[in-house]
Ligand binder design. Structure first.
Ligand code: GLA
Length: 704
């Protein structure tokens, strides 16, 4: 991997393991994108910097391909930067000034406006091993006057000309997140965004583009993801000349802010990547990139029990202790008490904001439960929702001015709660203080941090005032600062990000979160679709999945315990059922699954995922994991419905060594003689699925 500068040709080449990224400085002094894809010879591309025009309506086609184009002159594409100078001028002419290479992996390009003392630094940080490039910008106001920033994006990605562009992305809703969608992109804009104050369940800041023909195992795929947990925007814009550009960053909606003299602003990172091996290779690169460069702490997830679905708000120390005893018997390693342990929280109508242990529910204090849990050999975890408050709470009665509101409006209540303005220093201090007190006082090893509503009425900005930083942005920055500080103060504590399910998962929050809660929908079949969509962008090592009741409370579907466990073993295994009601047989069966999971979890958490078959295409879904040392393989197969005479009998594996020999290590009734990788990949591993909602877990070990 290297960053090369061809001074004479004015070309820059970022060479990653299997890809090249090229741009150069053209005769206007703007930074023009040239190429991104399979490795090429950079030197031969200098000719592409020549001015290209079409007509007076399209005088400079290179502007469509600027690495970081401001709004100004004849640039009508989605701008990366749009500003208003103090004299009222709203035209940017960003010109190349120079570059710097910091260490081996950080290229900084310096741009400056042709007239005003506004400087932009574009950062490129290749993670070449994964063919991923991280980009962000810093904008400096070096003048005496303030500058209003209307829009500042993290990066623009330009794709090579393809005969067709197909977008893959995810959409969703509460309890139905990460639904995969594809669509052709024609001329014009497709906008993916959140304006809800957090990442959101309706869209997620990740995209993939191909020519419409890539599949799981082949084809060129360009992809990207934003590291931001607030309002975000990605604009995919295909020009009339067939070029595709993807501009992304913090959403400019209601977010203008002022850079005072001497101030600077750094955008979040927007990563982009390229693979030639289809969507499977894309996901594996993203997973490894996340594991190696983004995520904190260990990849191995403890098996947890969470009592939310069992007891909801009716938390009582005796009941929790009883559940803890059953959980320990199943082999659970972490016992988590969810909502309902604090203040006057007997429903979602009251108590949120009052983070003291409810004395009626815990007459002997929380210590009594923690001691029991620890005595059973498990560690203890707790749910919090620090950003929210019920109007019926002591916190709100004391500080009604701490919530987001417009003074002349009634605040919108969502789940009977309002949202604290985390941007206020005193609110940030309150959250940091109570979390510190909680973690100092009790032996807590795990925090599930929830956020159960969107941002509304985000506070007024007086007409003539300098806006300062956008309230939307400040909320997220303070959230990150709190998480960073808590991780620093309590390095042993693990954190989970949750927002009414999977509404706050992105590369930004993942820098601080050990694990993520991807959906409140815990039905094991619905979950397979959600988990599969999630796996396109994010690593299974962080994906928490619970085994819950059958029939399921949300959709009434009955599923065997085996199917529920197999579905939940695809990520971090948890149990969320009312295990107090499970029969001795169910407990014994569950105990065996927990034991098996502990045996294979390193393959799931640290290995590589191959999506072999999907319910999107038929009645079989199958997922394969290969351990990091390539010695162990775990295959899961799920059958939705059995039709007489048409059951699936074999599944072709992927990613094995063709001449290596593999033997089945578990799962009766499958291939009992060792097989070459070539046979397993081409003839297929025999399956023994029978009946509706049948499932199977097969372990293989490499022999030679
Ligand atoms: C959200 C979470 C759930 C649970 C409840 C508690 O919906 O996603 O897992 O914690 O809140 O109120």
């Amino acid at each position: 991997m290297s960053i090369a500068v061809l001074e004479q040709e004015r070309l820059f080449e970022i060479r990653m393991k299997h890809s090249s990224y090229l741009f150069g400085i053209n005769e206007q002094g703007t930074v023009q994108h040239l190429y991104w894809g399979n490795p090429v010879e950079a030197r031969e591309c200098a000719g592409q910097l020549a001015l290209r025009s079409h007509s007076s309506f399209d005088p400079d086609l290179n502007r469509n391909m600027e690495e970081y184009g401001g709004w100004g002159g004849s640039n009508y594409t989605e701008p990366c930067l749009k500003v208003r100078f103090a004299d009222g001028v709203r035209d940017l002419k960003l010109r190349y000034e120079g570059y710097e290479i910091i260490g081996d992996h950080h290229l900084v390009l310096r741009l400056r406006d042709a007239h005003y003392p506004l400087r932009v630094e574009i950062s490129y940080k290749p993670a070449g091993e994964y063919d991923v490039l991280e980009r962000y910008v810093t904008v400096y106001n070096e003048g005496e006057d303030s500058v209003r920033i209307d829009q500042v994006m993290a990066a623009a990605w330009s794709l090579p000309g393809l005969p067709a562009y197909r977008l893959t992305h995810v959409t969703g809703r509460w309890a139905g997140e990460y639904q995969l969608r594809t669509q052709p992109l024609t001329e014009g804009k497709k906008v993916l965004e959140s304006r809800q104050g957090f990442t959101g369940p309706h869209a997620n800041p990740w995209f993939a583009i191909d020519n419409g023909k890539a599949d799981e195992t082949s084809g060129n795929v360009w992809f990207g993801a934003l590291a931001w947990s607030g309002n975000w925007k990605m604009v995919l814009e295909k020009s009339a000349f067939g070029q595709l550009r993807i501009v992304g960053g913090i959403n400019d909606f209601d977010s203008a802010f002022t850079l005072e003299a001497g101030e600077s602003y750094t955008s979040p990172a927007f990563i982009g990547g390229f693979v030639s091996g289809g969507f499977g290779a894309m996901s594996r690169n993203l997973h490894r990139y996340q594991s190696q460069t983004i995520l904190p702490g260990s990849r191995i997830r403890k098996v947890l029990y969470n009592s939310w679905e069992a007891t909801e708000f009716a938390v009582k120390v005796e009941d929790q202790k009883a559940l803890a005893r059953v959980a320990a018997g199943l082999g659970v390693e972490r016992f988590v008490v969810d909502d309902g342990w604090f203040g006057a929280r007997s429903s979602d109508r009251a108590g949120l904001g009052d983070w003291t242990v409810n004395p009626e529910k815990f007459p002997g204090g929380l210590e009594e439960l923690i001691e029991e849990v620890n005595g059973l050999g498990m560690d203890f975890g707790l749910w919090v929702e620090p950003e929210s408050v019920n109007p019926d709470s002591d916190l709100y009665r004391q500080h009604p001015d701490w919530v987001y509101q417009f003074p002349t409006r009634e605040g919108t209540l969502l789940r009977n709660q309002l949202l604290l303005n985390l941007g206020k220093p005193e609110v940030k201090a309150f959250v940091l203080d109570f979390m510190t007190r909680l973690l100092d006082t009790y032996d807590i090893s795990f925090i599930k941090w929830d956020m159960n509503r969107t941002v509304t009425e985000p506070g007024n900005i007086p007409l003539q005032a300098h806006e300062g930083e956008s309230v939307w942005v400040r909320h997220v920055e303070h959230l990150y600062e709190i998480w960073a500080e808590l991780r620093h103060r309590f390095p042993e504590v693990e954190f989970e990000t949750c927002a009414g399910g999977g509404a706050r998962i992105d590369l930004g929050i993942m820098r601080f979160a050990d694990q993520v809660w991807i959906s409140d929908n815990t039905d094991a079949r619905d979950r397979l679709t959600i988990q599969e969509g999630f796996s396109y962008a994010y690593s299974p090592s962080v994906m928490m999945c619970w085994v819950t009741e059958s029939p399921h409370g949300m959709n009434g579907r009955s599923l065997p315990l085996s199917f529920r466990f197999h579905s939940a073993m695809l990520g971090g295994l948890g149990i969320g059922a009312n295990i107090g009601r499970w029969t001795a047989e169910e407990r014994s069966e569950a105990g065996q699954y927990v034991e098996l999971y502990k045996e294979i979890r390193h393959v799931i958490s640290e290995g590589s995922l191959y999506r072999l078959a999907s319910f999107e295409e038929g009645d079989l879904a199958s997922y394969q994991y290969i351990s990091r040392d390539q010695q162990e393989i775990v295959v899961f197969a799920f059958q939705q419905a059995q039709y007489f005479g048409s059951g699936v009998t074999r599944i072709c594996l992927q990613g094995l060594q063709p001449d290596a020999v593999y033997a089945v290590a578990g799962g009766a009734g499958t291939a009992d003689t060792p097989w070459h990788g070539s046979n397993l990949m081409n003839i297929g591993l025999p399956l023994t699925l029978r009946g509706d909602y049948a499932s199977q877990l097969i372990q293989l070990k490499r022999q030679a």
